[in-house]
Design a protein around this ligand. Sequence first.
Ligand SMILES: Cc1ncc(COP(=O)(O)O)c(C=O)c1O
Length: 380
Amino acid sequence: MRDQFPIFKKHPELIYLDSAATAHKPKSVIDALMQFYAEEYGTVHRAIYKGSLLATEKYNATREAVRKFLNAKHAEEIVFTRGTTDAINLVALSWGRTHLKEGDEICVSEKEHHSNFVPWQMLAKEKGLKLVSTITPRTRLVAIAHMTNVTGEIHPIEEIVARAKEVGAVVVVDGAQAAPHRKIDVQALGCDFYAFSGHKCYGPTGVGVLYGKKALLESMPPVQGGGDMIAKVTLEKTTYAEPPLRFEAGTPIIGSVIALKAAIDFIESIGQDIIATHENALRQTLEEHLRAVKGLTILGTSLEKGPLTTFTIEGIHPLDLATFLDLKNIAVRSGHLCAQPCLQSFGLTAATRVSFGIYNTKEEVYRFLEELDRAIRKLS
Ligand SMILES: Cc1ncc(COP(=O)(O)O)c(C=O)c1O
């Protein structure tokens, strides 16, 4: 698998353990981007010449590929965004602004990534809403990660959706961590919105997806005005295009959208079950060994979790550890992991996270453990 990733040919020594932040790109994704810019460049939707028609065809082909990837009912339910952050902000600024009123509650917990917390906090401030961490009869929206980026915990989305529906709340799922690692079926999950980022799924940066149920998207106003999102413009008034174009104002990230299909094809050609089995085996091997390390605490106790492990070691600052490991060409994440309230709930301001992608191997886990052992002896 590693041989499909040019980065590891250039840097064979690199042990990359930060795929939860962003994943490296297989050659097929890089080739798709290159092919678009070098051989097939053109804008979408606007012109009738061949280059534009081909770009439009490929752009639309990704929408259909994402529909299948998420098992959405309609291609019109797939909105291209800049990423998960952009997708969640779109829901907050469009659905949230128009459907929520003072005193309504948003259910969101401290476990969330800042991307699925700050937009709701901003909206709450603007509209006089309350942020709470349980579902109550006043809950109008539930915002929850499918898989969290600190503990790796996988939330039981179907159960949460069922509970939310009892009180008539809409459910927004942050799928940034789940989408690269497991099969997603938005119809089975029953959620109203599902967001993920291309770059964590072996695709390019700058492209992401918001899935939204058709009726909900149709009930939402655009957040940005400009080209492509209109039906008719006069000096007096503008009518809007139907979703998804209503939410894709301006010339889109065409190349990245086209290359996202190559990323999805890559994931599907391996198969999500095989990916999950491989990555979970790595995480389990890692955690078995980490549990024996004196002074080391793994954050979270969930057994159903994704391929990442966050931990602290008594007496060693995570930044010192990450710097030590970097000198050995091992890339791990350290710091607040874009989840300050979550770390605070553990009484921490920083931690170290190891996360896996399809290119990682057991040998890398053992190399990491060897260097961790050295780091502990040196730094404590
Ligand atoms: C759980 C979770 N949500 C949201 C995001 C934000 O993704 P992006 O920066 O691609 O918008 C991340 C990225 O780390 C994440 O881990």
